[in-house]
Design a protein around this ligand. Sequence first.
Ligand code: BGC
Length: 518
Amino acid sequence: MPAVGGIGPGGGKEYPGNLTPFVTVTCIVAAMGGLIFGYDIGISGGVTSMDPFLKKFFMSVYRKKHNDKTTNEYCQYDSQTLTMFTSSLYLAALLSSLVASTITRRFGRKLSMLFGGLLFLIGALINGFAQAIWMLIVGRILLGFGIGFANQSVPLYLSEMAPYKYRGALNIGFQLSITVGILVANVLNYFFAKIKGGWGWRLSLGGAMVPALIITIGSLVLPDTPNSMIERGEHEKARQQLRKVRGVEDIDEEFNDLIAASEESKKVEHPWRNLLQRKYRPHLTMAIMIPFFQQFTGINVIMFYAPVLFGSIGFKDDSALMSAVITGVVNVAATVVSIYGVDKWGRRALFLEGGAQMIICQAVVAAAIGAKFGIDGNPGDLPKWYAIVVVMFICIYVAGFAWSWGPLGWLVPSEIFPLEIRSAAQSINVSVNMLFTFFVAQIFLTMLCHMKFGLFIFFGFFVVIMTIFIYFFLPETKGIPIEEMGKVWKAHPYWSKFVENDDYGHGVELNKGAVKNV
Ligand code: BGC
């Protein structure tokens, strides 16, 4: 049976190029674009559980939190207003990633990064000084705009800059920054919440200016990608740049393929409509399904609401926040594992292993919570060891996500689109991601209240489906140059039906002999 995984090593071209200090530093700086996204994910949940913040802006939520003597732990925090505050940002990000598509394509990846940084900076400023709820909302919308721009451009930038053999590792720098951003935010919330006078939330929200400055300044000093220069007709500059980036003189073959990709892309007048063509069916499917599935792992239930969730399973205030810090550390550490392994073991191996790990943990957590909290959500006295076991399995689940769907949800889409649809397809990836982040953030607390421990089974079910999906439909992309990616679809048992031999050509030949057998 032909492997669903696709092309074996040696099936394609081998462009010369090294992991030069120049490309390494460039990619590290660019990857910091993930910090703004991560910081926001980590900061919002903590701030919305700070009493002074609630008293100032969400009095009704504050009253409910303190007067409600319900014993039903599942429903304690169910408030639409509060979740709307958290999730409104994702709608803004969804919209701006669509606008970013044109800017990234016409004016280069760097300009989108710059916009991302600046918008986020202004948003952070307004939020830090907020006096009224409208300021909070305007601030959050600007933060969202910033994230849309950054998430659209940074992963593309990284995948284009990186030598193909190290593309996975360098691209995952973006996810590493996301996880570091989340962790730093969790730790800061922990300390700022203790500030006497109750203005710690201003520091938490205003602190977003720091990662915003990093990406703003970064985007000004970073070089443009050769692909993007060619896309804008600057061929000679691009050739010099490619030499510098790869650290070798002999870049002709890669350069010519980039030019060919760019010629192909110029024929395209309507990048959006273009996406609907049959030959782009595999790409469109991935641009929609990968972000959808990434969010339906349920990860953001943990990221946004860990303190609330841990509070619900019996940890008191401080230890609930502390547990959020613990999951944050696991998230960062496991991402490092994927940086190490992604170009060695491949994307599929990580996806499949991570998926299996998450399914097991979700089943255990559902059973453990179900057994103690039952249907009425009243656990009685919960032994400490019980809560610790639950937190342990949640950590193993987070680790599974952090070396599979977390980084790969950004890496794989950024490396599979041919240049002519790259920017538009990446915008679809970001907007679908944001839409379902919004969806999960908005409905989680209500779902917890109604579905109870079944919530973990709900997400577990999706992880089963997505793991099967990867097994059958995602070809391996490890070690394939980005402008050569067409061949993985042509060699795939299912997707080859959609692709003709000369589709997204750029000199790509169908190499049937390269299809591995399992
Ligand atoms: C996801 C976020 C998530 C984060 C957790 C990212 O890849 O897009 O939604 O919160 O990983 O580390």
